[in-house]
Design a protein around this ligand. Structure first.
Ligand SMILES: Cc1ncc(COP(=O)(O)O)c(C=O)c1O
Length: 401
């Protein structure tokens, strides 16, 4: 079975895991500071703060901007649905704007149509590593006098006109979850060029306890998962868990279990800082290699699959290979499983947040949500294995037709 995702297992990570409980508080603080400095330098912004998760960073940004109940926030109609409760819990009025069917990112036209007198901020996402049209969206936000927040959860290292994503808006959030390029087994980064925003959130960050165990526990769980994915048991298990009957329930269970091991609002740990810094140092190479693999695979997909367009406005950062399939997705998934490929579909890719909010004005997001397929692509999926993937996929498409 070719799995949807694989996690690289690195000896240096294990060494850091073993050392973490014995490291002195000053050494840990120095590692966290070094990571934050290196991250800010990468973006060319004055400051980056390592926090508990991408969601935590987003919540802090909203607080730092002073957004209040009743304020309107424009959000992408196609993004992670789990962000909605976080935004709604603040009493914000969420206004979804539609996406481009090729890049799956917000279009300036749809955003312009949604800006009103109560709009305070625009949240853009660089979806699945594809930079959105930042120059146009930033100009729009400027013109309307609203704050531009960049959701870079998927896109660390991507650039637009040579500028790193996350350095254009007033503030940006990044995710350091296990499946991201800068994996720190949880955690996130808040980057901003606004000293006032930082000052306003400083009291919220000052008294957070620093605990090593939550991220270490998550690493242990993820490493066990990875060993299972690499074992011969994975094929039969995947066929069972991702069968038409079980897939939705399993996705719900998996996301729930993932949520339970999500560290609460505690400070970034030394273990996380060491992992994230190591990955940050090789981020450019990592992205270049994955972008090349992505382009090569996307160019050879069966005709029934149209890959996301990633380089419309800048250099993407590999995240996943997602394509739209103009047919019955469930049949395709079953055929792919039978051929030994694990695919993600519907909400396993991203969510139609407009539909979740009861808004029917975003037809492109609805169409992409209906057709999107997440294909395996990860570091370590070498040329031979990619050729095998493409051959099996071509057969699965024929089987499903
Ligand atoms: C688009 C998007 N934004 C924000 C986040 C939140 O990141 P985290 O899981 O670190 O809270 C995610 C998570 O993957 C995401 O997909």
């Amino acid at each position: 079975m070719i799995p949807r995702r694989r996690l690289p297992l690195e000896a240096a990570d294990l060494a850091d895991w073993l050392r973490a409980p014995f490291r002195r508080a000053e050494a840990v603080a120095a590692d966290v500071a070094a990571f934050e400095r290196a991250f800010a330098d990468l973006l060319g912004v004055p400051c980056a703060r390592a926090v508990a998760s991408g969601r935590d960073a987003l919540g802090l940004i909203l607080d730092g901007l002073g957004l209040q109940a009743g304020d309107e926030l424009i959000i992408p109609a196609y993004t992670l649905g789990e962000l909605l409760p976080l935004l709604q819990s603040r009493g914000l009025r969420l206004v979804p704007a539609d996406i481009d069917p090729a890049t799956y990112n917000l279009t300036p036209e749809s955003v312009r149509a949604r800006i009103g007198p109560a709009t305070r901020a625009l949240l853009v996402v660089h979806l699945l590593g594809a930079p959105c049209d930042l120059p146009a969206l930033a100009a729009l936000a400027d013109e309307a006098g609203i704050a531009l927040i960049e959701d870079c959860a998927h896109a660390a290292g991507a650039t637009v006109d040579g500028r790193p994503v996350g350095s254009v808006g007033i503030a940006a959030l990044f995710s350091l979850e296990a499946n991201k390029a800068l994996c720190a087994f949880g955690g996130g980064v808040l980057a901003t060029r606004d000293a006032g925003l930082l000052e306003r959130i400083a009291p919220r960050l000052a008294h957070r306890p620093r605990r090593e165990w939550p991220a270490m526990k998550k690493a242990m769980i993820k490493w066990c998962e990875e060993l299972l994915v690499r074992s011969p048991a994975y094929g039969p298990l995947a066929r069972l868990l991702f069968s038409d009957r079980a897939a939705q329930d399993f996705e719900r269970f998996y996301r729930g279990a993932h949520g339970r091991v999500r560290p609460a609002a505690c400070a970034f740990s030394g273990f996380q800082a060491r992992l994230a810094l190591r990955r940050l140092r090789r981020l450019a190479q990592h992205n270049a290699r994955n972008n090349a693999a992505w382009r090569d695979t996307a160019a050879r997909l069966p005709a029934a699959l149209t890959p996301q367009r990633r380089d419309a406005v800048g250099e993407p950062a590999f995240y996943n290979l997602v394509a739209c399939y103009d047919g019955d997705l469930r049949r395709l998934r079953a055929a792919a499983l039978a051929r030994g490929i694990d695919l993600g579909i519907h909400g396993e890719v991203m969510d139609d947040t407009a539909a979740m909010l009861g808004d029917t004005g975003c037809p492109q997001a609805a169409a992409v949500h209906r057709q999107a397929v997440l294909l395996p692509l990860y570091p370590g999926l070498g040329e031979r294995r990619r050729a095998q993937l493409l051959e099996r996929l071509a057969r699965a498409v024929e089987d499903a037709a």
